[in-house]
Design a protein. Sequence first.
Length: 228
Amino acid sequence: MKRKQFYKKAIFWIHLASVFSGLSLALSCEKSKDNNDLLIGILLIASNSQTTSQTDTSCSAGYCKMFVSLANATLNAGVSGLDSQCASDTNKPSGGATYKAMVADGTNRIACTTPNCATGGTSEHTNWIFKPNKEYRRSDGTTIIGTTTANGVFSFPLTNEVQTSVVGTNSTVTGLNTNWTSSANDCNNFANTGANTSNGLHDDKTNLLLSVGTSGCGNTMKIICVEQ
């Protein structure tokens, strides 16, 4: 009889120990799962933070940058070709931001269809490169060039020139008139070096930045590049 009771107690304690062992294992697994989930979450946050840091640009920090290309403009590859030159130019600031050319051809890129976009505001833009009410600075990130109007263009005079140092020439291709409308002279939509284009001066604070007249498309000109 005593032996029988002993066996029952032994079986009870063995069963209880098994239950606690299973519970402990489950809790351990759950804890491990929680730790794994926490680790994955931390890695995702770190990854997102790193991605944001890598793609962060000055435009998202409250201002955009502008620079003048070191290379001479190649004027027979269209607006996209000029954008590509901005993207690969030696003077482009580091940081991975996208830069596009401050040019207009009346078709693929238009600033204004009326003087200073006075009639339609930003609705007059086509693939335009300036943001409305935005401050623009030189490559140093400190020197303020100016702040655009609500119409997405500069009023003149600027606070400072886009660039004062001249390497080879201070002439820049624009395809613009002095009031931001498209010039009839744009190297035939920047596809023909045998034609003419409107050109401006990168070291001028007035609307001569946009146009001082026309120049042969085979002549030496730089590109004003604008952060997007």
